[in-house]
Design a protein. Sequence first.
Lengths: 161, 146
Amino acid sequence: MAKRSSPRRAFRILRRPRNNVRGNWLRQAAILTALALVPAIGEAVYLRERVSWKSPATSDEVSVASAKGWGDNVLWLDARPADDFEAEHVPGAMLLNQEEFNELLPKVLNAWSPEKKIVVYCSKKTCGASREIARRLREEAQLRNVYVLDGGWESWVEARK
Amino acid sequence: MGILGGGAKVNLFWRILGVVAGGVFVYAGILKAWEPMRFASDIDNYHMLPWALSVRLAFYLPWLEIFCGLAVIARVCYAGALAILGAMTTTFIVASVVAKSRGLDVSCGCFGHASKNVPFAWHLAIDFALLAIFACLFMRQRPKSL
């Protein structure tokens, strides 16, 4: 008998009468926190291959439009060779390429502040360079909010037209 | 009659307020559950937790919000849901203020990336309003003998 009425009894506990709140809210909170685990674990298992569990994703791409939307809160870093940088670069950008990484990094760190997002770009031809610079900034300089410009310098020029 | 007033109209008012506040959390939870990695980045942005914990919370918290929001709307596990939502909102407020005071650029995480462009003051105002609603609804549940 007791077993047959248990689901109804359980529902009555959940619906709890108005004057029996104090004893139940902790139990109700425990039930809800446990229930939420079920879909959370399911989603985590489903997406397990696509999730970086131990460290943030190695690179985050950002479009020109999104990066421009960040306004002054962006520190642009040019990962192309120095000659290309001298010829033309994103206004306000600083040079930080692989060849002179160690020499140029202190200057970049001086210009950086915690609220600024870093956007690294290079040309399409050497697009791996911006990813490598972004990786080194994350791992060696322990910086966060480091992004790689989607489409590189060419996409900036295209967006300027 | 509840602590904050009686009558059918007053009760209806609080009922609607509860449904709206619960709905806000269901909506916010769905947005974040849809993109857990983005939410993980938002949590990580506060620089308070290690990534491994941030990413696990990013999977769990949205569902907790959804369940609690639905519980408030349906009035099932009502007091427990209000307590959890109140605690979560308080945590959001404290974390946001601490992060802001450290000069970090944070979105409050309430609506994931959808709320990125909302000014910080508005984030706080919304959080405090929600907290006040949950506190009032929770107090209204208490028996008169308290």
